[in-house]
Design a protein around this ligand. Structure first.
Ligand code: ADP
Ligand code: MG
Length: 683
């Protein structure tokens, strides 16, 4: 019965699972608190109190057992919503009980719901502190009297039955020795029943290292084995297209970071194996030019390239921008999106098969099955996080030898996150902005001060600048935000009347063509004002735009705000980002706004974002499964992660198929894990 509950409630099936059900924390059960000390900040407490009274109250679903205990400082209420009648039989008025649980307040009185409770037996004088584990449990289990304490007893019994050989080592010997790690057996014993704080932290360290290490081994196996077995098309030479463009049409000199990344790409693509590279560049660092130069390199070697963007607007903009840059070169570029008309589509499909089209820019439409290439050699995925792994994989089917892949991220992600979520990719960073950029000044203003803000915006427009007004788009209440947007549009219009001022509006509900026309008018400078939802968020590049006003800025996440702000500050003019907020912003929202006002550095913002939201919430990593660590945290255990990665890289490079006897335990362990989890390869 209990075994069933353990299975159902905690997914504990085996002894191994029980050992892997780690305590949340330990408490020193010789420490007894006072009821009178409980306040709003008290989390868990252990008290000894005399049972004064108990009764079943309420009816139906609200039926519960309520008891009062008392120590010399006060009264506390204990409540059982489940299992009350069972509990009732075991309570004796006037007895002293040792009670432990999470405290709360009910009717201003301290209360513990479903406490752990047992008859109090005074500790022997001078008894040693005993760190008892506190396990995550569930209400149902607690109601069946299988609470944390019972779990502890079960685990303790198990541990006394087990011997070191029953918990065999999975890490290579030399690692354990050189890193002075606990053995696996010591670690499990120590994490459940530490004899001291030191033992606990050594146990924890060992298990965290193991988690990171095994995950890194997996990633490195994928990466290094792919490097060995995968074939890739060879971009062996820099030819006339690249050179001609570089010498005659490149509109600026490349930044050091752009040059470095290009060199990395050149190296990768010349080796005859498939490139899988993640390019992380802050907004405005000039990723598009890196993409174009890579495409020219592909063309020089007789291959076609495909540039994929997450939105139609961005695809269009890339297409127009690249077409303009390539206008005097003998290379054909085409745009393929969902809204391309049948005749044009037919022409493009033919051009791709016949290789009369060299570059294709598009949305997910380019990965449809009907799209076939003669010689696809390079795929660039811009603003990667919106493309799923499966979608990317479909591209591999479009060529006999898989094309090189360059993934460009929308927003920087912290290094630790990149290491875990994209650890099997090669990794480039562009942390340098083109010269001459003036830092964007970011300020927060209350909605009440809108008139002032509009006055400022007017001055900027009158100087010849262009301005964005962005409205939040919240999916669940799309209708509402649409109305907000329309209201906003009317409001902006009343401040900036036609014909002196001209406004473009772009939002998700418009047909693609209308979106494009409106966008294009803003790009051309026909309109000075762009009123939009976040469809504008990624990638859009209008260097003359110098003011970004974000309405209800408290509703946006950090990376989104940073992306939006990245739409300005792209030219040589001083740029501004104004974050308008209502007065009801939450504490976190205020913190986000403060961070935005304090820094322009996307890498710093990414770190803060990770710290505030936790790794599970960062876009694009949720589904990757790469972050399912039980004990280790990429936020708090950076140095363990770095160490684990370093050790994993050298191990895999030394023993690519884990064939050496010293790595056999690791290999076996990973295989058994794989069978258990049905692990699927991360890509
Ligand atoms: P992102 O990395 O955000 O995609 P873009 O590729 O859109 O950035 O580039 C932002 C702007 O910077 C564009 O106007 C682009 O022409 C310009 N740019 C890119 N590289 C350089 C450079 N080396 N020198 C000057 N301007 C550059
Ligand atoms: Mg871009």
């Amino acid at each position: 019965m209990r075994a069933d509950l353990l299975k159902k409630e905690l997914e504990i099936f085996t002894f191994g699972d029980l050992l892997n059900h780690f305590p949340l924390r330990h408490i020193d059960k010789t420490k007894i608190g006072l009821i009178g000390e409980v306040n709003g900040f008290t989390d868990y407490i252990q008290v000894v109190g005399r049972l004064m009274h108990y009764e079943m109250v309420g009816v139906g679903r609200a039926k519960r057992l309520v008891a009062q205990i008392k120590d010399k400082t006060g009264m506390m209420e204990l409540t059982w919503f489940q299992g009350g009648s069972w509990m009732e039989k075991n309570l004796h008025i006037g007895s002293d009980y040792l009670v432990f649980g999470k405290t709360g307040f009910f009717n201003n009185k301290p209360q513990i719901v479903h406490p752990e409770i047992e008859v109090f037996v005074p500790a022997k004088a001078g008894g040693k502190a005993f760190l008892e584990p506190v396990y995550p449990s569930t209400e149902k289990l607690k109601a069946r009297a299988l609470n944390g304490r019972q779990l502890a007893k079960l685990t303790q019994t198990l541990l006394t039955l087990l011997q070191p050989k029953d918990i065999p080592e999975n890490l290579p010997d030399h690692l354990i020795k050189s890193l002075k790690l606990f053995s696996r057996y010591e670690a499990f014993a120590g994490i459940h029943f530490p004899t001291s704080e030191m033992v606990y932290s050594k146990a924890l360290e060992r298990l965290k290292f193991e988690e990171f290490f095994v995950a890194q081994i997996r990633l490195q196996l994928v990466r290094v084995q792919r490097n060995v077995v995968s074939r890739g098309v060879v971009f062996g030479k820099v030819g006339p297209h690249f050179t001609d463009f570089y010498n005659n049409y490149l509109p600026f000199t490349l930044t050091g970071a752009q040059k470095r990344v290009l060199k990395e790409i050149r190296n990768d693509t010349a080796k005859g194996r498939q490139m899988n590279r993640l390019l992380q560049g802050d907004v405005g660092s000039g990723k598009t030019m890196v993409a174009l130069l890579s495409m020219l390199l592909a063309a020089d070697n007789g291959f076609q390239s495909c540039l994929m963007a997450p939105t139609e607007i961005l695809a269009q903009q890339h297409y127009h921008g690249l077409k303009e840059l390539l206008k005097d070169m003998p290379l054909e570029i085409a745009l393929l999106t969902g809204s391309v008309k049948a005749a044009e589509r037919k022409r493009i499909l033919k051009g791709l098969i016949e290789h009369t089209i060299h570059f294709i820019v598009g949305t997910h439409a380019v990965i449809e099955e009907v799209v076939k290439f003669k010689a696809l050699g390079l795929v660039i995925v811009d603003e990667q996080h919106r493309f799923g792994v499966a979608q990317r994989a479909r591209l591999w089917e479009k060529a006999a030898i898989p094309p090189h892949v360059l993934v460009m991220t929308a927003t920087p992600i912290p290094r630790t996150l990149a290491m875990t979520a994209y650890g099997d990719l090669e990794y480039s960073i562009m942390d340098e902005l083109p010269p001459g950029r003036k830092p964007i000044t970011t300020v927060q203003r209350n909605e009440m001060a809108r008139a002032n803000v509009m006055g400022f915006v007017k001055e900027e427009i009158d100087k010849g600048r262009q301005v964005y007004f962005i409205y939040p788009l919240i999916e669940e209440s799309e209708k509402l935000s649409y109305e907000d947007l329309m209201q906003g549009y009317e409001q902006v219009k009343s401040f900036f009347p036609e014909p002196k001022y001209r406004i473009s509006m772009v939002h998700g509900k418009q047909p693609a063509e209308q979106k494009e026309t409106n966008m294009q008018r803003f790009v051309n400078g026909d309109t000075q004002i762009m009123v939009a939802t976040t469809v504008i968020e990624v990638g859009v590049n209008v260097p003359n735009a110098s003011v970004m006003v974000i309405e209800s800025a408290e509703k946006f996440g950090l990376s989104q705000l940073h992306q939006l702000r990245g739409r300005v500050g792209r030219g040589s003019e001083k740029s501004f980002c104004i974050l308008l907020t209502g007065s009801k912003a939450s504490k976190e929202a205020k913190e986000r706004i403060n961070i935005m006002c304090a820094t322009n550095d996307g890498f710093k913002i990414a770190e803060k974002d990770l710290a505030m939201r936790g790794p599970g919430e960062i876009e694009g990593t949720k589904q990757s499964g790469a972050l399912n660590f039980k004990l280790a945290s990429i936020l708090n255990d950076k140095s363990i992660l770095e160490l684990a990665k370093q050790k994993a890289v050298s191990l895999v490079e030394d023993d690519l198929y884990l064939e050496k006897p010293e790595n056999e335990p690791l290999k076996n362990f990973m295989q058994s894990q794989q069978m258990k989890n049905g692990w699927s390869k991360i890509s």
